[in-house]
Ligand binder design. Structure first.
Ligand code: ADP
Ligand code: MG
Length: 298
């Protein structure tokens, strides 16, 4: 990450790349180098009372951003006054700007929408890539808590582009002294059952929530629709807590192997203690058989 001192910031923001729960993301051109970045613009007024989430996102990214090839790289961050992008600590700011290396290939979400679903071998390859990055994050003591196709971005527009984990806005560094987190955080359809229990008995949640989300994402990649989609948020929550989903309607699953279904089932284990870790999920036969084959030169 660039060492940002007191020089005024020299980016010019351009077209919008996407938006999410707390931010909009625009292209930002560095005026001197013409290098294009993705600039996440967080309105601090909208985050009032939850500014700790911004500090947290930066802290997590500083810890892991350049440590794995499938995690977006934070290049710079600063605050601004009236659209003049200035380094932090200069004046009372309204927005927070986080500049990332640009991913030009768009969200996995849009790819699923346009392809309808993925061929099993392609799905396995994407899941393997993301789980490898999740294993790295967990090894660094961090839980992401918002894995979903909107937060998975293709680095380039190439057919075989790297898939990257973005949006560490809800992630947390786990405390060794207090190994479980509390609070109901995430995006409903991807949230693990124990997150909902949190609101009832404050039991806590941790790294297993990311493996659950990988189960939901895998199901979605294979079928083209989500496992816990229900008519109301309440019914969706009840389905998640009960682990109530099916590999149905049959025509969507006809070409999906037993091994793939078994992988989804393992990730969607309701009890977080019995759910595989990211490292264990990577050892599953479905992903083992998706590992790249190296053919010896003749
Ligand atoms: P939020 O916390 O509001 O959900 P995100 O970090 O997920 O914000 O960013 C919102 C959207 O902006 C993403 O879903 C994606 O479409 C786009 N985006 C985020 N980071 C990048 C990036 N590095 N390159 C290109 N687009 C990005
Ligand atoms: Mg997001």
């Amino acid at each position: 990450m660039q060492n940002t001192t007191i020089t005024p910031c020299q980016y010019c923001t351009g077209r919008m790349l996407g938006s999410g729960t707390y931010a909009i993301v625009r292209e930002a051109i560095h005026i001197h180098t013409n290098q294009v970045y993705a600039c996440k613009i967080i309105n601090k007024q909208r985050m009032a009372g939850r500014e700790y989430l911004i500090r947290n996102e930066i802290a997590v990214l500083e810890r892991i951003s350049s440590g794995h090839p499938n995690i977006v790289t934070l290049h710079d961050y600063f605050e601004s006054v009236r659209n003049v992008l200035m380094k932090s600590h200069m004046q009372s700011p309204r927005n927070m700007y986080l500049c990332f290396d640009l991913c030009t290939g768009g969200e996995l979400f849009d790819q699923i929408c346009s392809k309808r679903h993925y061929y099993e071998a392609d799905a396995a390859s994407l899941v393997r890539t993301i789980l490898t990055a999740v294993k790295y994050i967990h090894g660094a003591g961090i839980v992401h808590r918002d894995l979903k196709p909107e937060n998975l971005l293709f680095r380039t527009q190439a057919e075989d582009a790297d898939l990257m984990i973005a949006d560490f806005g809800l992630s947390r560094v786990m405390d060794n002294e207090k190994p479980l987190l509390n609070g109901v955080y995430g995006t409903p359809g991807y949230m693990a059952p124990e997150i909902f229990f949190d609101s009832v008995d404050a039991a806590g949640h941790g790294k297993p929530v990311d493996v659950w989300a990988m189960g939901v994402i895998t199901y979605l990649l294979l079928a083209g629709y989500a496992p816990f989609d229900r008519d109301t948020p309440e019914a969706e929550m009840q389905a998640i807590i009960a682990g109530d989903y099916a590999f149905a309607p049959a025509e969507y699953w006809a070409n999906v192997s037993e091994t793939a279904r078994d992988f989804v089932q393992a990730c969607l284990t309701v009890d977080p203690v019995r759910r595989p870790t990211a490292a264990e999920a990577l050892e599953h036969q479905w992903l083992a058989s998706a590992a790249p084959h190296f053919v010896a030169d003749p």
